[in-house]
Ligand binder design. Structure first.
Ligand SMILES: Cc1cc2nc3c(=O)[nH]c(=O)nc-3n(C[C@H](O)[C@H](O)[C@H](O)COP(=O)(O)OP(=O)(O)OC[C@H]3O[C@@H](n4cnc5c(N)ncnc54)[C@H](O)[C@@H]3O)c2cc1C
Length: 363
C-alpha cells in the first residue's frame, strides 16, 4: 500500500486548499471525498472578500471571476414587520460575490489535483486505525496509509466522530437551501430577512438563479418553507437540500499528527457568511505547519505556530458572529436591531464593515 505524507478527508474548500498547498510543496497528498464533483452544498454561496488573497495564492482568483456569479453591491436587513435597512458593500473586483458551490468547490478540487494531489471522489472514509501511521478505511474496502491525517469533512466530521472528539449534537436548528428562479427585480444584493420562525438569506448567484436559504428549528422549518413557497412562487415539488446542526462546540484544531480544519473544527453562524473564508485559510495554515514539520523543523514548534495563526484568524471577528447568533436565535431581537439601525445606520454600517473587510490582521 502506498504511504502518503498527508491524507485529507473531505474535498470542500478546507480540504482542497490544504491539499493544494501541501501538494505544491511536494508532499505526497491524498484527498478522499464521498461525493462526485461538481456537487451542490447547503450554503448561501457568498464569498467574503477575505477569500481573494487566498485564491490569488492558489492562482484561482481569475478563474473564480470567470465563473457565472453576481457581484454583491449591498446587504439589506429586513425585520419581521418588513422594515428594511441597506448597507452598501465595496463593489469593485475585490468585493463580495456569490457563486454556486458546485462550480467553486469543483475549481478548488481540480486545482489541488493539478498541483499533484491524488484525489479520490465517491470515496467515503468509514474507519481509522493508528499504528505509527494513520490507516483510513473506506466504504468500498480500500485503505490509505499516511503519516499525517487532516479532518476536513465538515460539521458532522466522521474523523472527529471516529476519534471520539465530536461534541454531542444539541437540540438544534436546521437549514434548507435551494436555487430558485431569480425574481425579475431582485438586485445584485444580499437579503437577510428576520421571520417569526427564524430567518432567510437570499442572494442571486447568476442572472437567472437565486440562492434561497431558510434557517429554523425542526418544528418551524415547514412554516418557513410555506412562506418561501408563497414569497417566491415555488412549485410544490421544489427540491431542497438540508443540513444540521447550525451550531456546535469547536474541536481543538490539532492533536499531534491529526489536524481539523474548516467546519470540522469550528462551525460559525452562517448569517455572516464567513465559513468559506475560515475553511480556505485554516486549510492553508495546516498545510504550512505540515510542510514545516516535513522539512525537518521541530514538530512541536510547527504545531505551536499553527495554533497561534489559527487563533489569530478568528481574533476580533467571533464577537460579531456571536452577536449575529443572538439576533437570529431571537428574531424579534434581530428585528429591533433593524428598527434601531434605521435611526442609527452608522451602527449597522460599522458591524457590516467588520465582517466584509478586505484584510484580516492574521494575513
Ligand atoms: C445555511 C448555510 C448558509 C451558509 N452560507 C455561507 C455563505 O454564504 N458564505 C460562507 O462563506 N459560508 C457559508 N456557510 C458556511 C459554509 O458552507 C461552510 O463553512 C463551508 O462549506 C465549510 O467548508 P469545509 O470545507 O470545512 O466543509 P464542507 O464544505 O462541508 O466540505 C466537507 C466535505 O467533506 C466530505 N465528507 C464528509 N464526510 C466524509 C467522509 N466520511 N468521507 C469522505 N468525505 C466526506 C463532504 O462530501 C464535503 O465535500 C453557510 C452554511 C450554512 C449551513
Amino acid at each position: 500500500m502506498q504511504l502518503f505524507d498527508v491524507a485529507i478527508i473531505g474535498g470542500g474548500p478546507a480540504g482542497s486548499s490544504c491539499a493544494a498547498s501541501c501538494a505544491s510543496v511536494g508532499l505526497r497528498t491524498v484527498v478522499l471525498d464521498r461525493e462526485q464533483f461538481p456537487r451542490e452544498k447547503v450554503c448561501g454561496d457568498c464569498l467574503n472578500p477575505l477569500c481573494w488573497p487566498i485564491l490569488e495564492r492558489l492562482a484561482l482568483a481569475e478563474k473564480v471571476r470567470d465563473l457565472p456569479h453576481s457581484r454583491l453591491c449591498s446587504v439589506a436587513f429586513i425585520s419581521i414587520d418588513g422594515r428594511e435597512v441597506t448597507v452598501d458593500l465595496p463593489s469593485d473586483a475585490g468585493g463580495e460575490i456569490s457563486v454556486k458551490r458546485s462550480l467553486f468547490d469543483h475549481l478548488l478540487l481540480t486545482r489541488a489535483r493539478e498541483l499533484g494531489a491524488d484525489v479520490h471522489e465517491q470515496t467515503t472514509a468509514t474507519g481509522l486505525t493508528r499504528n505509527g501511521f494513520w490507516n483510513v478505511e473506506t466504504a468500498s474496502g480500500e485503505s490509505f496509509r499516511a503519516r499525517t491525517l487532516v479532518g476536513a469533512d465538515g460539521r458532522n466530521s466522521t474523523v472527529a466522530r471516529l476519534c471520539n472528539l465530536l461534541p454531542r449534537p444539541k437540540r438544534e436548528r436546521v437549514a434548507l437551501q435551494a436555487h430558485v428562479p431569480r425574481p425579475r427585480h431582485f438586485e445584485d444584493r444580499i437579503v437577510l430577512q428576520f421571520l417569526s420562525e427564524g430567518y432567510s438569506g437570499q442572494a442571486p448567484v447568476n442572472k437567472t438563479q437565486l440562492n434561497l436559504c431558510l434557517v429554523g428549528t425542526p418544528p418551524t422549518i415547514s412554516t418557513l418553507r410555506k412562506w418561501a413557497d408563497r414569497e417566491f412562487d415555488l412549485p410544490a415539488n421544489q427540491p431542497w437540500r438540508t443540513i444540521t446542526p447550525l451550531t456546535r462546540s469547536p474541536i481543538p484544531p490539532v492533536h499531534e499528527n491529526l489536524f481539523f480544519i474548516g467546519d470540522a473544527t469550528r462551525v460559525v453562524e452562517p448569517f455572516t457568511g464567513e465559513g468559506i473564508y475560515y475553511a480556505l485559510r485554516s486549510g492553508e495554515l495546516a498545510a504550512h505547519a505540515i510542510a514545516k514539520a516535513f522539512r525537518g523543523d521541530d514538530w512541536n514548534s510547527a504545531l505551536h505556530g499553527f495554533r497561534r495563526a489559527y487563533a489569530q484568524m478568528y481574533r476580533g471577528r467571533l464577537w460579531i458572529n456571536r452577536l449575529a447568533r443572538a439576533a437570529v436565535l431571537r428574531p424579534q431581537l434581530g428585528s429591533l436591531f433593524v428598527h434601531a439601525a434605521q435611526i442609527r445606520p452608522a451602527m449597522v454600517r460599522f458591524l457590516t464593515s467588520k465582517i466584509v473587510s478586505r484584510r484580516n490582521s492574521s494575513e
